[in-house]
Design a protein around this ligand. Structure first.
Ligand code: ATP
Ligand code: LTN
Length: 336
């Protein structure tokens, strides 16, 4: 049987180089796996219900959903090989999300670092931000997912998903596949340009902290030239002593396809100036065809059709799992 892949990205801002190098790029690779010869059946979701766990402007949100869908296609997702859909189009996500809130404990949700980080210092925190991981577990478990490709920051949520699935299975009988997390060795945690101790994030209030996939070449050049570096002048990979330059080296290697060691060797004895200039040009060149394809797709109306077909296919799979879950719990059984 084909291995099921599932992952999601929130339409909570403009997609960053971190999202691309840590997640999206893997999504494209996971459409086919010539090495293992195994069939893969990927589902990629625009998790709009997760985005509304922090306040969103409705107009902006609806535009970002289409932007994100168009970007999925622009980076190379092929709708004949991957199912691309919007979370809120498949109501089973909300329904199973609720059910899993009744399987998880306050204590385990309270330990989630994403919740702690996102709620820190905020006066009003939406309930959904707290229960967010139960919805994420529902996303994954509805599709009987084998593999979840994500950035490092999502590992804890994946652990919780596995715990909820195992608990449900042992309480109500085998229902869910237990998913495995998949992260990259390199790129799983791209750091902010202004602070290498924080991950690059699309909802950081400082736009200088990130390169966005749709930034103009000039914006990219400016952001990279202003990126913080470390105190000496050496272009050297050393995560502990030189976290800022190490982050830029990883970005360089991943955008050009070279190894970090090769890039390091080329800049030996040269300062940061040349390095940053050439890094910016590498990023610009890498993003150029993606941006051109994005503009085409976004203007064509193709994306709406892809999303509609994706939602239909997703609904079919999700409905089966949800029906089983409800029956095992004793819900709706009286109808039969
Ligand atoms: P937000 O800032 O709104 O929380 P985000 O930029 O962290 O968003 P998500 O939509 O939460 O992005 O994540 C989409 C995918 O991108 C996830 O798999 C996540 O792990 C990955 N990802 C996010 N930021 C990075 C990063 N800096 N480096 C590598 N992967 C990342
Ligand atoms: N929580 C994730 C987004 C997300 C997700 C998912 C990722 C929601 N549902 C299911 C993988 C699988 C995030 O913040 N990056």
């Amino acid at each position: 049987m084909a291995r099921r892949i599932f992952s999601g990205i929130q339409p909570s801002g403009q997609i960053t180089l971190g999202n691309y190098l840590g997640a999206l790029k893997q999504f494209v690779q996971l459409q086919s796996d010539p090495q293992s010869g195994q069939d893969l059946d990927p589902f990629y979701c625009i998790v709009d219900l997760h985005a509304i766990t922090v306040p969103q402007d409705p107009k902006q949100l609806s535009g970002r959903i289409l932007d994100l869908a168009s970007l999925y296609l622009a980076v190379g997702l092929d709708p004949t090989r991957s199912t691309l859909f919007v979370q809120s189009d498949v109501s089973a996500h909300s329904e199973l999300g609720w059910i899993l809130q009744c399987v998880g404990y306050m204590g385990e949700l309270s330990r989630m670092t994403q919740f702690k980080e996102k709620s820190e210092g905020k006066e009003s925190i939406l309930t959904g931000l707290f229960t967010y991981p139960a919805l994420m577990a529902a996303d994954i478990l509805l599709y009987q997912t084998d593999i979840v490709p994500v950035g490092d920051d999502q590992k804890q949520h994946l652990e919780l998903t596995r715990d909820l699935a195992e608990r449900f299975n042992s309480r109500f009988g085998e229902t869910f596949t237990i998913p495995e997390v998949m992260t990259l060795e390199q790129g799983a945690r791209i750091m902010s340009l202004d602070d290498p101790s924080k991950k690059m994030s699309k909802s950081n209030p400082n736009p200088q902290s990130r390169v966005e996939l749709l930034d103009t070449p000039d914006e990219i050049r400016k952001k990279i030239s202003r990126a913080v570096t470390d105190s000496d002048r050496e272009v050297r990979y050393d995560l502990a002593m030189k976290p800022a330059v190490s982050n830029l080296l990883v970005i360089y290697a991943l955008t050009t396809g070279e190894s970090v060691a090769d890039v390091e060797a080329r800049y030996e004895g040269k300062g940061y100036g040349d390095f940053k200039k050439e890094l910016a040009e590498a990023v610009v060149a890498h993003l150029e065809p993606i941006q051109a394809r994005f503009r085409e797709v976004r203007a064509s109306g193709e994306v709406q059709r892809v999303l509609q077909e994706g939602a239909q296919r997703a609904q079919g799979v999700a409905a089966q799992t949800l029906a089983q879950v409800k029956e095992r719990m004793g819900l709706g059984v009286y109808r039969r």
